[in-house]
Design a protein around this ligand. Structure first.
Ligand code: FBP
Length: 575
């Protein structure tokens, strides 16, 4: 058992509101000004003098021999927890670097505030450097020193604008070496990477690389993503998921109330979440809409687009029988890629229309009005059938919009409109056969960016600050290749368990771009888990009756029952 004095002086570190600083934005809202004074709540174990407790050794979730071979310096390390107690000691100042990686998520600024306060508590002479614009800033040596004045400007605010984020992938040794130069120049002892599963995988590879080169530089990861798909036994949720889903649920609730008032529209709402449907499931649990599609279920049941359309049209028709020509349907952003026949079609189109191929060249010369039929004649009979069933706008989109790797940009496909068009056609057929007598008017929405930079909920403000503070503790103890972990999140924050988890523990080998690679396993919606099972037990009732719940906006001040609730997903998982 190791002990160290890791004392937080809250009186000294309380955020100070300084309206006169030169980097202060010209005007801030009344809420932002009040919220700046909020002192995030932390686990009791992190207050005062803290000791580090070394737990059991770990192994990867699968492919142990292969991962151990690839990470000889960082594999098998023990779990770590921080506990109250021990002796106060003096420690030298440390310089730390931080990177925000990938999509924005509420709470990023508080992770940075927590790191800052943590390293200052270790020694007030410690310094924090922020690399600008994500991993690209690290490789390109673009950084700022994050001083107390800057940090105070951003406490408890949403966004990543304190240093910016980016999607450059830190994967190559030449990037690691370039980064090492600036770490040495600034005498940085440790780098904290705040990101999703890919960024944390890369953090682990970087930790191993720096350890193998005996650079003495530590790398720590922090679990971020609104998508909620970076979670496991030791990481109960990624930060940002709580706030983002509360924002979307507020908006969904407002739309439900409008739908229930006007009683004339169906609202098809696409929700962000690149692949997993955690956001859709959580919002459904919070708002009880009539229809929620879960991509993982679609894939498991190998559903076709036609079956999904039949399911939706069936509910719309049944509600119409009760005189309810209105409702709300939630559609996950990643749905298309989970529908097996669409996945096959997209794969074929990617190959067939790949830049530089003969077929792509010929395609450019084909008359626009004939292009869709031309493509349909060239692909497999099954894919052609699906392709011909799509509304022409969507089919055209599949042949045109491509990312720099030549792949269809699935996230640009308006899935909600695709389903709306197809449901409309299906309902017309049902009307013709006498199976539907209602009216179908549809409105479309896409909620994603609305939630990613919202002011963090109390949960996210507290959780992220603690994650940052814990990162400082892991650095103090010379740990590398760890992810900062705060658990027991359904209990009140004073009872949260803080520590570190070796990132290799979360890894397995997966096929990526044709190669087997060690990666953190992405957490998709668990169809045997309690949140999904609860949803299944209720969705029939929610479909036909109107059981809408209106959560309203996130509350930052007020009773705990309103302000400090974790997500429904977490509550059900921990039941
Ligand atoms: P991360 O996984 O990087 O946190 O990003 C998640 C996300 O918000 C997805 O939900 C969404 O599909 C994507 O980012 C959008 O990316 P961009 O910001 O590049 O438009």
């Amino acid at each position: 058992m190791e002990c160290y004095g890791f004392t937080q002086h809250f009186d000294v570190l309380l955020p100070r509101f300084k309206p006169d600083k030169k980097f202060r934005m010209t005007k801030i809202s009344a809420l932002q000004s009040e919220r700046a004074k909020y002192q995030p709540k932390m686990p009791e174990s992190l207050k005062g003098v803290v000791k580090l407790v070394v737990g059991e050794k770990t192994q990867s979730i699968a492919d142990q021999a292969e991962i151990a071979r690839l990470f000889p310096n960082t594999y098998g390390m023990p779990l770590i927890t921080f506990e109250k107690g021990g002796e106060k000691k003096n420690y030298p100042a440390i310089n730390v670097g931080v990177i925000l990686s990938g999509g924005q998520a509420p709470g990023g600024h508080n992770v940075i505030s927590g790191i800052f306060d943590g390293i200052k508590a270790i020694n007030p002479g410690s310094k924090l450097y922020g690399f600008l614009g994500g991993p690209g800033g690290f490789v390109g040596h673009k950084y700022i020193e994050l001083t107390a004045d800057i940090i105070d400007e951003y406490r408890n605010t949403g966004g990543f604008d304190i240093i910016g984020s980016g999607r450059t992938k830190l994967e190559e040794e030449k990037q690691f070496d370039k980064g090492l130069e600036i770490l040495k120049d600034l005498d940085i002892k440790a780098l904290i990477i705040i990101g999703g599963d890919d960024s944390n995988t890369n953090a682990c590879v970087l930790a191993e690389y720096y350890a193998s080169k005996k650079t003495g530089i530590q790398v720590i990861g922090c679990p971020k993503t609104i998508d909620g798909d970076l979670k496991n036994e030791m990481i109960e949720t990624s930060f940002g998921f709580d706030t983002a889903t509360k924002v979307y649920s507020e908006l969904i609730g407002n739309i439900q109330r409008d739908a229930n008032s006007a009683k004339k529209y169906w609202h098809f709402i696409k929700l962000m979440g690149r692949s997993a449907s955690h956001i859709g499931l959580e919002c459904a649990l919070q708002t009880q809409p009539n229809i929620t599609l879960i991509s993982e279920e679609v894939a498991e049941k190998k559903e076709t687009l036609g079956q999904i359309v039949d399911y939706m049209a069936g509910i719309i028709a049944k509600r119409a029988e009760n005189g309810d020509n209105f409702g709300v349907a939630l559609i996950p952003e990643g749905l298309i890629e989970f529908i097996p026949e669409m996945k096959t079609l997209i794969g074929e189109l990617n190959d067939f229309l790949a830049e530089g191929t003969k077929t792509a060249e010929i395609f450019q010369g084909v008359k626009r009005s004939y292009r869709l039929e031309w493509v349909a004649e060239k692909i497999s009979a099954e894919s052609a059938k699906v392709f011909r069933s799509l509304p022409s706008g969507i089919a055209t989109q599949l042949t045109l919009d491509r990312d720099p790797h030549g792949n269809v940009q699935v996230s640009l496909i308006d899935t909600e409109k695709l389903l709306g068009d197809m449901v409309k056609t299906r309902l017309e057929e049902m009307k013709a056969s006498g199976d539907y007598t209602g009216k179908f008017g549809v409105q479309y929405h896409f909620f994603g960016y609305e939630g990613r930079c919202a002011a963090p909920s109390n949960f996210d403000a507290d959780y992220t600050y603690s994650l940052g503070y814990v990162s400082a503790g892991l650095i103090l103890h010379g740990r590398t290749g760890y992810m900062s972990s705060v658990r027991n999140l359904t209990a009140s924050s004073d009872k949260w368990i803080a520590g570190g988890v070796p990132i290799t523990m979360m890894m397995n080998m997966e096929q990526r771009h044709g190669l087997k690679k060690p990666v953190i396993q992405k957490a998709l919606v668990d169809l045997h888990g309690k949140p999904f099972k609860y949803f299944v037990s209720k969705r029939g009732e929610w479909a036909l009756k109107t059981c809408f719940v209106y959560p309203g906006p996130i509350q930052y001040f007020g009773p705990t029952s309103v302000c400090d609730q974790p997500t429904e997903t977490l509550k059900l998982e921990k039941e």
